[in-house]
Unconditional design. Structure first.
Length: 192
C-alpha cells in the first residue's frame, strides 16, 4: 500500500489562528465556491511533496532526513506579504510569503537530493518558501479577480509573530470530498 505524503514545517495553532484572523474578511468576501480555502489546522509550509510512496521508502526517507536534520540548528521565520501564483491574469493560488534564513533553502535542497534517490522527481522550480492559503476557482469573472487582487494587497501579514522552527514533519495526506486530512506520521527534530 502506498501513502500520499509530504515533508513540511508545521505551525503552532496560535500562528494558524492568527493567519485565519488576518484573512477573515477575505474569506467572507470570497467563500469556498470562489476560493477553496485551506482549513486552519492544515496551514503549513511544504518543503517537499513526496507523492504516493511505500511505507518502507517512507521509513527510509524519515531516517535519512533525521540524520540530516541533526546538522541543522533551529531557526526563526517571519511572514512577508500575501500574493498570488502564477500571475494576476490567471491566479491559481493565494499564498503568504515566508522570510527565512538561508539554512531553510539549503536544507530543502538536501531533501530534494535525498528523495530523488528514491525515485521522487526533483522539483524544477526554485524553492520559494510560502504558505498556501487557498486555491482560486477557474470560473471567476475578471471583475472578481481584480477585486480579489486589490483586497489581497490591503492585508498586512508581516505583523504576525515570528515562529521558531525546531523540527520538520512528514505528513500523510488523505484526500476527502470536503478537503484533505493531514496527519503527522514522523516528527524530525533539528539539532541543538
Amino acid at each position: 500500500m502506498k501513502i500520499r505524503s509530504f515533508v513540511a514545517v508545521e505551525f503552532p495553532s496560535s500562528i494558524q489562528d492568527a493567519i485565519i484572523s488576518q484573512t477573515t474578511n477575505l474569506r467572507k468576501l470570497y467563500p469556498n465556491h470562489i476560493i477553496r480555502w485551506v482549513k486552519p489546522g492544515n496551514i503549513h509550509l511544504t518543503l517537499k511533496f513526496l507523492g504516493d510512496i511505500t511505507q518502507s521508502n517512507l521509513e527510509f526517507i524519515a531516517r535519512s532526513l533525521a540524520h540530516e536534520a541533526k546538522k541543522v540548528k533551529p531557526f526563526s521565520i517571519s511572514f512577508t506579504n500575501l500574493g498570488i501564483f502564477p500571475n494576476p491574469k490567471k491566479p491559481k493560488i493565494i499564498w503568504i510569503g515566508v522570510n527565512s534564513p538561508s539554512i531553510l533553502g539549503e536544507f530543502q535542497s538536501k531533501i530534494e537530493a535525498l528523495t530523488s534517490r528514491h525515485g521522487i522527481p526533483i522539483e524544477q522550480r526554485r524553492f520559494s518558501p510560502h504558505i498556501t492559503l487557498g486555491r482560486i476557482s477557474d470560473s471567476n469573472s475578471l471583475d472578481t479577480i481584480e477585486n480579489l487582487i486589490i483586497e489581497i494587497s490591503s492585508i498586512n501579514v508581516s505583523t504576525l509573530d515570528t515562529v521558531n522552527i525546531s523540527a520538520i514533519k512528514i505528513f500523510k495526506s488523505d484526500l476527502k470530498p470536503d478537503g484533505p486530512i493531514y496527519t503527522a506520521i514522523y516528527n524530525i527534530p533539528f539539532g541543538e
